[in-house]
Design a protein around this ligand. Sequence first.
Ligand SMILES: C[S@@+](CC[C@H](N)C(=O)[O-])C[C@H]1O[C@@H](n2cnc3c(N)ncnc32)[C@H](O)[C@@H]1O
Length: 334
Amino acid sequence: MTVETTVPEDRKSQLLALREIWPHVHALIDEERALGCDADENRDDFGASQQGGRGESYVAAQQARPEARIAGIRGLMNLVVGSTAVDRPVVLDLLGGDGLLHRVCLGLDMPDTTIVTCDASAFMVARAWAAGIPAVLQRAQRQVFHSGSVDGVLLAYGSHHVPEPERQAVADEAWRVLRPGGRFVIHDFAEGSPMAVWFQEVVDKESDTGHRYAHFTADWMRECLARSGFRSVTTNLMFDPIMVTGTSEHEAQAALGQYLLQMYGLHKLVRAHGEQGAARAAFELAREIFRWEPSTSFDDMGDHVSDCVVERMGPSKWQCILPRFALVAVGEKQ
Ligand SMILES: C[S@@+](CC[C@H](N)C(=O)[O-])C[C@H]1O[C@@H](n2cnc3c(N)ncnc32)[C@H](O)[C@@H]1O
């Protein structure tokens, strides 16, 4: 559904708009909690650049290439709603940003599922509303939904941003807001993985925000979920590539470089090399870092590509695939 009225910018008008346009989502919200909740005002890496964030360039990357991460998003949605028998399931996307998952899922074959974009950044929530996607301002550690109200909860694409001492609170809150039978899925790029190396060696050095966060491990995910009460917890690796296309092999590589520059706000690379040179440098760095050895501690890497490759899709269509494998834990509330 597209919101055509004026964009609601503050929390109160966002709740009013939600009540009007998405009443079945609004009914799940505890308004008192919602009006009392705080935006992430201490440090907001995903806020506006004027406030020291990289929000604009992150959003630009998602809006330019919303399909780039569709494979992983589809996999996550299968895990969180699975074969649920619930009519019109509601899933909270706790690190929802500007609503990418909501937007991508509109194109997947899951017409009755409502993905609710939640985020601690007032900037991101406003950008979601501006793009016609209803969003809720909340920190994952203190959610504004009623207990036992939702069918699925997803913590993905940024779980390492939750401060370590507060990660248990996120799992506890997921347990609280889920109805019995609902699932909580945690997704992160594991400590020591090429993605964690990318953050440490490239994003931390070449972005203005820096990036020093401890990534999850499989044990950490399992313990968090078990302590909150989730049973039969599973952890797996999931293929979660970035895939972009271009009209030639070179264009497809340049498109990947450009996507990485924007998504990770690699402004220092741009200042040093100019836009085109920086895109090339970002692509080369990624090609170097994202090499998977078949002997990882997980044996379920399937037959996916393990290096950055460019494949020909048609006479003038090439696809560049950056292989990423994410760690994913799933717990069900009994
Ligand atoms: C990497 S972005 C992911 C956005 C979107 N899901 C995507 O894949 O493009 C991570 C998002 O998590 C949000 N975030 C970080 N810590 C959070 C927290 N504790 N609670 C809620 N949102 C948080 C940030 O504001 C940011 O928008």
